[in-house]
Design a protein around this ligand. Structure first.
Ligand SMILES: Cc1ncc(COP(=O)(O)O)c(C=O)c1O
Length: 372
């Protein structure tokens, strides 16, 4: 029987309901009058190994703020991986700079530090280390290049590299709380950093250029209203105690999936980057070898799997194809991934083992049919 895939987000808890009602009844719905946002920012930052946090309207804006706080602006370039969500690049455009796409490694699809090094020029101001699928990027190698590193941790709440949490691996880190993310309030984002001066700049930029102790109409810096609401913080705070359980569930799901795929030639988990000590399995990325599936293209495989009740995801198109992203060097790995990588989303990984194994069962059925 086709499994019922768990919904995401999970049903709200009593604690979330109470927290939401507390904000509602308080009448203090905005972060400038209530305390929920600030309390959540502090708790989330602590959990991410950073001293400071600033909640924002979404993850894209968090990246924009991090870049602007680093001084990125017109005339600058920021190197981004070619295989990532488009916001990693559009946040750079929003900051007035040029996103430059670097290829990813063939093995793990994470940003390739060798490709990054080749693209560094006089205008390069920062590198965007995307923690793809819930596993941190190779931040030691990226930091060794000598440029500020912005962690795009939109997919990596609770992840760790060499025992250090995502959020503490670069100069500044950004998370998303959009609907599909591992912690969510429908929308939202946060910037975290251990650098007090960067934090103060982000704070001012997201709060119309105010200073923490300054007057309401004092705007010594240029900034915007990019604040989160108290309702979002109320929904998010209780999720900090649920996050580990959710990650454990997905980790079990990913292990069950890997085992079940063992006897499906042509469909393999993309290897995890070495040094990853906590993968949060936001996605399980699978490599589809059409040669083992009767030469049938990925799109046909996805359609056939969907017909079997397994809605997989086609994943990213390479950013190197976009007119607003500069690609001085080809990105053959990211471009090849368009035809050969499929994703199992986090909600499917939350299913118990037997249900996740159904992904492998369905792919065996499809493979048999394709090879007839
Ligand atoms: C890697 C990555 N970066 C940035 C974002 C942007 O976050 P948001 O949708 O909250 O703006 C997302 C998700 O949407 C993402 O997956």
């Amino acid at each position: 029987m086709t499994p019922q895939w768990p919904s995401w987000p999970p049903p709200p808890t009593d604690e979330q309901r109470r927290a939401l009602l507390r904000v509602l009844d308080s009448g203090r719905w905005g972060a400038t009058s209530g305390t929920a946002t600030e309390e959540f920012a502090a708790a989330f930052a602590r959990r991410a190994g950073a001293a400071h946090g600033v909640c924002t309207v979404n993850g894209t804006v968090a990246l924009f703020l991090a870049l602007r706080a680093l001084g990125v602006g017109p005339g600058d370039e920021v190197i981004v991986p070619a295989y990532t969500f488009v916001a990693s690049a559009t946040a750079v455009v929003l900051a007035g700079a040029v996103p430059v796409a670097a290829d990813v490694t063939k093995e793990t699809l994470h940003l390739d530090p060798v490709a990054v090094r080749a693209l560094i020029g006089p205008r390069t101001k920062a590198v965007m280390a995307v923690h793809l699928a819930g596993a941190p990027a190779d931040t030691e190698a990226l930091r060794a290049l000598g440029l500020p590193v912005v962690e795009d941790a939109a997919q990596a709440h609770g992840a760790a590299r060499h025992g250090r949490p995502a959020g503490s691996l670069g100069d500044v880190a950004c998370f998303s709380f959009q609907s599909g993310k591992a912690m969510t309030a429908g929308e939202g984002g946060i910037v975290v950093t251990g650098d007090r001066a960067l934090y103060e700049r982000v704070w001012a930029l997201h709060n119309v250029g105010r200073r923490p102790q300054g007057g309401w109409y004092d705007h010594p810096e240029m900034g915007w209203n990019l604040r989160m609401t108290e309702f979002q913080a109320a929904l998010l705070h209780p999720q900090l105690t649920l996050l580990d359980g959710w990650i454990d569930r997905r980790t079990r799901g990913a292990a069950a999936l890997a085992e079940a795929l063992g006897d499906v030639p042509g469909l393999d988990l993309v290897p995890v980057l070495s040094g990853t000590t906590r993968h949060t399995w936001h996605l399980a990325m699978l490599r589809y070898d059409s040669g083992a599936f009767g030469g049938r293209p990925k799109a046909e495989f996805l359609a056939a799997m969907a017909a079997e009740g397994v809605p997989l995801d086609a994943g990213y198109r390479s950013l190197s194809r976009l007119p607003y992203v500069t690609s001085p060097a080809p990105c053959p790995v990211a471009e090849a991934a368009e035809d050969s990588v499929v994703w199992v989303r986090q909600s499917m990984l939350m299913a118990e083992g037997a249900a996740v194994a159904y992904v492998a069962r369905a792919s065996r059925v499809v493979r048999r049919r394709f090879r007839r």
